[in-house]
Design a protein around this ligand. Structure first.
Ligand code: NAD
Length: 287
């Protein structure tokens, strides 16, 4: 692996491109948004005018795209790798996407000898820049082993959870929990405030006990209690992830009442703008 493409140069893709270069790879980026391209070119990374050259010139291409619909259009559309790609091209989808879409795309790419692994991430833009992301991986043992040097340049922790799509199942489960925990933690803080307990002290107590979560240990101290709300992950993207989890639950014909209520609260929180930080969901209780 020598030359790596990055498709989608937003909050996450930009940091990944810089980390890959620091890891010793030649990096070529692509994004239809000129501002995203200009930012990366200012850092000395080549940006292509279309994705077509990335499939032909790169040994692996990393995707960091907003939705499953965009991932599908990029990989199976007219400018996609089925219309000309380097032999043995490996595609690494780090987007948070729908596992059924991922599996469908992988099946369409396979006859052309193109491997896809899903490698969705946690750790935010900071983790992407510092190469400290956590990845949950879906793919064959052989494809994951082949991807290892590329993944290692972007992440500190990697957990291989199953075949293609398993990474996206795991990521949707993770984000569904995070989305629900933000609401339940905000409700607990509301209760404690009204009962006369100060939030920072409440959280110190909870974080020493069994009710703690990533939200009480990381989100509240880092982005909520100090009013920063600057994690780099938007309401729009978390709404998308909760919607995708809901679609997966529906496709599996499951009745999961707490997940359904969390999904409703996220969907109906129209008073919080799409471009607000995702932690702003706590304002349902802590405005
Ligand atoms: P972003 O909106 O900042 O970036 C997405 C980029 O994709 C944009 O620059 C956009 O122009 C580009 N894009 C759109 N259509 C494209 C196309 N057809 N071809 C190429 N590029 C295209 O989003 P982000 O915050 O970087 O998130 C990217 C993915 O990572 C999402 O799936 C998100 O859910 C996931 N994610 C984000 C975070 C975070 O903290 N931001 C954390 C974990 C996972």
């Amino acid at each position: 692996m020598r030359t790596i493409g990055v498709v989608g140069l937003g909050n996450m893709g930009r940091g990944m491109a810089l980390s890959l270069r620091r890891g010793g790879f030649e990096v070529i980026g692509y994004d239809p948004a000129s501002t995203a391209c200009a930012a990366l070119e200012a850092d000395g990374i080549t940006v292509a005018g279309t994705p077509a050259s990335l499939w032909r010139e790169c040994d692996a291409v990393v995707l960091s795209l907003p939705t499953p619909e965009v991932v599908e259009a990029v990989l199976l559309g007219a400018d996609g790798p089925l219309h000309g790609a380097k032999t043995d091209l490996l595609i690494v989808d780090t987007s948070t996407s729908h596992p059924d879409v991922t599996r469908r795309i992988a099946a369409a790419l396979e006859p052309a000898g193109l491997d896809l692994i899903d490698a969705p991430v946690s750790g935010g833009p900071k983790g992407a820049h510092a190469a400290t992301l956590t990845m949950v991986l879906g793919g064959s043992d052989a494809a994951v082993a082949r991807a290892e040097p590329v993944l290692a340049a972007m992440s500190a922790t990697r957990v291989h959870v199953g075949g293609v799509g398993a990474g996206h199942v795991t990521k949707l489960a993770n984000n569904l929990l995070c989305a629900a925990h933000l609401i339940t933690a905000a409700e607990a803080v509301r209760m404690a405030l009204d009962a006369g307990v100060e939030p920072a002290r409440l959280l110190a107590g909870i974080n020493a006990g069994s009710g703690r979560s990533g939200v009480t240990q990381v989100n509240f101290p880092t982005w909520v209690l100090n009013g920063a709300f600057d994690s780099g992950f938007t309401m729009k993207l978390m709404r998308k992830d909760v919607r995708l989890a809901g679609e997966l639950i529906a496709a599996l014909d499951l009745d999961l009442p707490l997940s359904a209520q969390a999904a409703r609260l996220w969907r109906d929180s129209a008073e919080i703008a799409d471009d607000a930080d995702f932690n702003a969901i706590v304002k349902l209780q802590l405005a």
